[in-house]
Design a protein around this ligand. Structure first.
Ligand code: GLA
Length: 393
């Protein structure tokens, strides 16, 4: 089957509750869910005051929990044998296992807001967000934990504050200096809506996306390179250096002419990074306008230009991503493809392809067959409509 089905929230919840019963002999009193995200366009510009256009996907991290009457959290996931036992009466630190860094970072956010100590609890984490697929499984985990903590404390944060708390957990506990896109998409996602985020004001705007004739396919290359290896931080630094050469306080005030004028001072690498930033901000504004007007034909060239810029100027793509995009472009509008590009941080992960629903099954089959023929790797392909953001079930 080329298009893998998405597990429903109800089925994921049943699994998490079963596992909680199995490991902790308890019935769940709280179940929190948070989605991963896919980004249609606006890549590597959330930390440059740009616009980004992601949506929350029908793939989730879900936590079933019950109070345990202690001052500890005991947490397991179905993907790791190791249990994390986390004291809830003092400062949190990024201690092993690694997945628990995200949990501890979020707990620390509640502690520093004086929503503390939280009552002790036992919890089971299940996930349908592919890990390392560039679909923000880490943001989904952060938002699921934050939503669970809100329920445990019966204290609900404004959505923006919750998303920023999660972003800080990623910075301080996972060591990735990410922008706000992933956490905002997972927090603000709404069924049948894209989340256009103005990363300068940190304000999201929901754009309806509910035409059943359109499908978004997500194709996971199944290769991934860890973002904590410094490549992400290096890109972020390059864009900071570029902006310093332009002598403006925000990329939002910078033009392509500014970048050209500073080319010689910047040096080739920073110049290309800078060219990506101004180009991608402009493309994202145009894409959002096109989507608001149901002008889908305008998207293909914008998505194509975004991919080329990420590949050649920003250098965050890889052979496998390029191959999937090339296959989709080869199918083209005649075969129902309306645009395709890499999505997320890059260095592996997934592509996003906007296509006609009537052709989606055939497109997925071609992506799978052609990709496997060249790489001997079977990609993971699924479709997703925009889903609701983090919530308690
Ligand atoms: C990762 C980061 C985001 C964003 C993307 C690239 O997903 O977490 O903040 O920068 O890369 O667009």
């Amino acid at each position: 089957m080329s298009i893998q089905p998405n597990t429903s929230l109800a089925d994921l919840a049943a699994e998490a509750k079963d596992q909680l019963r199995h490991f902790y002999k308890k019935e769940a009193t709280l179940v929190a869910a948070a989605p991963g995200r896919v980004n249609l366009i606006g890549e590597h510009i959330d930390y440059c005051d740009g616009f980004v256009l992601p949506f929350a996907i029908e793939r989730h991290i879900l936590i079933a929990a019950a109070p345990n009457g202690t001052n500890e959290a005991r947490i397991r996931t179905t993907s790791d044998e190791v249990e994390a036992v986390i004291p809830l009466n003092h400062e949190q630190l990024p201690i092993a296992p690694k997945w628990s860094h995200y949990v501890r970072g979020v707990l620390e956010g509640f502690r520093t807001r004086n929503i503390w100590p939280l009552p002790g609890f036992d919890a089971l984490i299940v996930s349908s967000v592919p890990t390392g697929g560039g679909l923000s499984s880490s943001a989904a985990l952060e938002l699921a934990v934050a939503t669970l903590c809100e329920g445990l404390a019966d204290n609900y944060l404004p959505t923006k504050e919750k998303a920023l708390l999660a972003q800080k957990a990623e910075h301080d506990f996972a060591g990735v200096p990410c922008g706000i896109m992933d956490q905002f998409a997972s927090a603000f996602g709404k069924k049948d809506h894209l989340v256009l985020i103005d990363c300068q004001s940190a304000e999201p705007e929901l754009i309806p996306f509910n035409d059943p004739k359109l499908t978004i396919l997500i194709a996971n290359t199944m290769v991934s390179h860890d973002l904590t290896d410094g490549a992400y931080a290096a890109r972020r630094k390059d864009t900071g250096d570029g902006l310093a050469h332009i002598k403006k306080s925000s990329w939002r005030d910078a033009t392509a002419a500014d970048v050209e004028a500073a080319k010689d001072k910047m040096g080739d690498r920073v110049y290309r990074r800078s060219r990506h930033v101004v180009g991608e901000i402009a493309r994202t504004v145009q894409a959002a306008e096109a989507l608001k007007n149901d002008d889908f034909a305008s998207l293909a060239p914008l998505m194509a230009a975004s991919h080329v810029s990420l590949r050649d100027d920003f250098e965050v793509s890889c052979e496998e991503l390029d191959l999937l995009v090339e296959i989709a472009d080869g199918i083209g509008p005649a075969g129902g493809v309306l645009g395709s590009r890499m999505t997320g941080g890059g260095f592996g992960g997934s592509t996003v392809t906007l296509c006609r629903t009537d052709n989606a099954v055939d497109i997925a089959a071609t992506l799978e067959d052609s990709y496997r023929a060249k790489t001997q790797i079977t990609p993971q392909i699924f479709a997703s409509r925009p889903a609701q953001g983090a919530h308690l079930l």
